[in-house]
Design a protein around this ligand. Sequence first.
Ligand code: ACM
Ligand code: ZN
Length: 488
Amino acid sequence: MVFPCVIPKPNRCRLTGEYYAGSAAEIRKTIDTELPDNGAYRLVISKDGIEVSAADDKGFFYAQQTLKQLAFVYGNPLPTMEIDDAPVFMHRGFMVDSVRHMQTVDELKKLIDTASMFKFNVFHWHLSDDQGFRFESETYPELTQIACVRPSSDFGKVHDNTPYGGYYTKQQMREIIDFCHARFITVIPEIDMPGHTCAILHAKPELSCKGEEVSIKTTAGIFEEILCCGKEETFDFIFGLLDELCEVFPDPFIHIGGDEAPKNNWKICPACQGRMLQEGLANEEQLQGYMTTRISEHLAKKGRQCICWNETLASDILPEGLIIQNWMDKKKQVPAFAAAGGRVIYSDYYHYYTDYPYAMTPVKKTYTADPVPKNLPAEMLQNCIGVETPIWTEHVRDFSRLCYMTWPRFAAVSETGWTKKERKKYDDFKERMVTLLPLLEENGIYAADPKEWDPISVSRLPRTLGHFADTVSAEMVTNFFKDTFKKD
Ligand code: ACM
Ligand code: ZN
């Protein structure tokens, strides 16, 4: 068996040739302030006992996760060893879309607990989109009442004529946040804007450019109706909502989306055009930059930092300190942003989106993706703050499907987030992962069968096309391929 059978693989580990026959729960802890406070720990298993040193509880927690896996795999007695470990990246995240389909609080807890065993430290919670709004708002009760239910669901070929909806109460969200914090996981809520706001606009049509009724969406896609950036009421609403969001979510980062916002309505909206004139903005992308800047400045007053998807870089007007999450950087703007000092998170859709089938994104492809742009000057490498793997749930209707899609790809990302590149090897990871699958199952997480992780090459294209045929219309398949392989 490959050693040590732990994911993510510890950065330094040495067997010392003996066995410890005592309980793995009996640990002697020593605070060592010489160690960094980034989760680093030293774990020494000798024949006499287990000793852990760390600068703080976070380091002890990660040592415990390592020990949990070791005890599971090797049982009693444990081989003696010395581990010195610390993460490569500070941001090791997973994202869950709770809009297209929701998860129960218990299901989220299972996922979060399992992610914490793999040393993830960020849970990005996607709470608002065109098909629903999931944050209980008392400031705007119409969001909770009207924006949270869609009349039917038409994702791909599945047509479900029953209303679908719900929201997380503040108490439930606080329960999730506490659960995460107990596992050293930061929670980043996302309210997407100005695009992907049809659910909000369904409840508040006055905030659209045309001021007309907007339907809550029942299909996947990119929609023309977005928040009007000319009307001052839009900003009043956004600030009111974000203030309420910040009351519930106490961590330093708030995600405001910024992706896939078509500007056609802004181009013909007198209020938006008036705003551009008044602010001296050259185009509608700069108008989005203006919006991002105002929101970011508002959040900064509350001690919060803003994260946006990479489309936000289409504007050359951007707030200080913005963090960019890169999912599809067709224009190659992210490396330049990082080279100029901007912080970036790697979430490339082609490698890290776990809603795509294994035929399109085998585990090896996820595992071997390099989150650092090539040619980034060495002194700028620290701007690549980490990795994050999303699960979008248009076609993920229940938790067993969610687990099948995300594991083991989540584990593959966890190893990239924690382990030095030179220590990573796919075959070695695969063997460890297979051994650890029953540990996931103890947590109620049933991963994809190892036979499905890396389909043979000839089967990949037909199976990928089969997936798209089952999930999206012919027009969307055509657009997807056109878009993906388009030359810039
Ligand atoms: C995204 O997938 N639209 C961020
Ligand atoms: Zn407008």
